[in-house]
Design a protein around this ligand. Structure first.
Ligand SMILES: [Zn+2]
Length: 158
């Protein structure tokens, strides 16, 4: 859910016409030299979220509908990632909630680790890194596990 229905923006030479054409009242000042009114660069105006250019890098606040957390994102990213008008998820929740559904739709699995090409890629990574297809099998990993186990385990000797 979008929290910022209105957003404060600074008026610049680039966005002046955009907001002027939408009917916003932009602070102007009289310039003695040119005998005309000029906009005051950098003055702040409050604009409706819908009126901000879709590709704007302006930060806006939203609340995740799943975890209730409040997050910030760029307007451009918000417009890109919005799934529907009524639901908003933060990155973490989107991965947790939406990824399994998308995977199920597309590949018929709920977990990426079940995908053949992910398995192949994992094997290749392991092969490059440890010289074996599965990391558990490598001596390096075995040793690491052992030392980690020793570090986290208090041995009681009677
Ligand atoms: Zn969330």
């Amino acid at each position: 859910m979008l929290l910022d229905k209105y957003v404060e923006v600074s008026v610049t030479a680039r966005n002046f016409n955009h907001y002027k054409n939408l009917g916003y009242n932009i602070p102007m000042q009289y310039d003695e030299k040119t005998k005309s009114y000029k906009m005051i660069v950098g003055s702040k105006i409050l604009v409706k979220f819908e009126d901000i250019p879709k590709n704007s890098h302006k930060e806006i606040k939203y609340q995740c509908d799943a975890c209730g957390g409040i997050f910030e994102t760029k307007v451009a990213d918000w417009n890109k990632r919005k799934i529907s008008d009524d639901v908003t998820y933060c990155k973490n929740c989107a991965i947790k909630l939406l990824l399994p559904e998308r995977l199920l739709e597309k590949y018929g699995v709920r977990n990426v680790t079940k995908l053949p090409f992910v398995i192949e890629k994992q094997k290749k990574t392991n092969l490059d890194k440890y010289g074996v297809e599965w990391a558990v099998a490598s001596d390096v990993v075995q040793e690491k596990r052992k030392s980690l186990f020793m570090k986290n385990t208090v041995l009681i000797i009677r």
